[in-house]
Write a protein that binds this ligand. Structure first.
Ligand SMILES: Nc1ncnc2c1ncn2[C@@H]1O[C@H](COP(=O)(O)OP(=O)(O)O)[C@@H](O)[C@H]1O
Ligand SMILES: [Mg+2]
Length: 245
């Protein structure tokens, strides 16, 4: 049984059907990247997995548990087992770095304070911010804030980490420090689904790459297959376009 199994997932916004019959298996510790043109449904797939929008049909199994999304309890299961990081890091501006990382484990999960704080310290060390525990978000660079957002997501001990274009809003010189953190997480065996426009990074870090277009999976392959020897014309056109600039 794969760690994450997505079977026949469909999703809509009102009358607009956006995801069509998505099927994807992800093994534990795999890093799978979603690529494809703007509007192809990459963000919607991540948002649907975490239950931000409800699938119209399909089955998702994570760590042997099936999430049906129709009830509040299974939605809670989805939120308990996955964490998502967005382009906009949305930290609480009135809270310190350590406060941002500990608030959900303390207030939502109601985990023990001593353990939560110890875990938060080690996560902030890991993202290179062990010296910024008491800083406020507006005292940090965008790259540092995004690293806090990653630590905040990891503080919930997710079974799956979803990253949606998390370097797209950063100044170019800050992108590398965030990609380094993701590389480290991949080495540590974190299972991840990544949407990124950094094609060199996608190629390097992914075990498999999923090409999406118009709400469907067009092709799935290793980075070498997708970038060097794509089977589908749409994949070839897309990768040629993004790699040429
Ligand atoms: N909140 C929303 N309400 C209505 N339509 C949306 C919403 N978000 C995205 N869409 C539409 O869903 C489709 C897929 O969008 P999205 O998942 O954001 O694509 P991607 O992340 O690949 O750029 C697009 O046609 C987009 O216009
Ligand atoms: Mg998107």
């Amino acid at each position: 049984m794969p760690h994450l199994a997505i079977d026949g997932l469909n999703a809509s916004y009102k009358n607009l059907k956006v995801l069509h019959d998505i099927c994807l298996d992800v093994e534990r510790s795999e890093v799978v990247s979603l690529i494809g043109p703007s509007g192809s449904g990459k963000s919607t797939l991540l948002r649907t997995l975490v239950g931000v929008n409800k699938p119209t049909s399909g089955k998702v199994t994570l760590a042997q548990r099936t999430l049906d999304y129709s009830s509040a309890s299974s939605l809670k299961q989805a939120r308990d087992s996955m964490a998502i990081v967005f382009q906009q890091y949305n930290l609480f501006q009135n809270m310190t770095v350590i406060g941002n990382v500990t608030i959900a484990p303390l207030k939502i999960k109601k985990w023990q304070r001593a353990e939560v704080e110890e875990h938060a310290h080690s996560l902030l060390q890991k993202v290179g911010l062990g010296h910024k525990l008491k800083a406020y978000p507006d005292e940090l660079s965008g790259g540092q804030q995004q690293r806090v957002a990653i630590a905040r997501a990891l503080a919930l001990k997710p079974q799956l980490l979803l990253l949606d274009e998390i370097t797209s809003a950063l100044d170019p010189e800050l992108v590398g420090e965030v990609l380094d953190i993701i590389r480290g997480l991949a080495r540590d065996g974190m299972t991840m689904l990544i949407v990124s426009h950094e094609m060199g990074f996608v190629r390097e870090v992914s075990s498999r790459v999923v090409m999406m277009d118009q709400g469907r999976i067009v092709e799935i392959g290793t980075p070498q297959q997708i970038f060097d020897a794509p089977k589908e014309t749409r994949t070839r056109d897309f990768t040629a376009r993004v790699l040429s600039h």
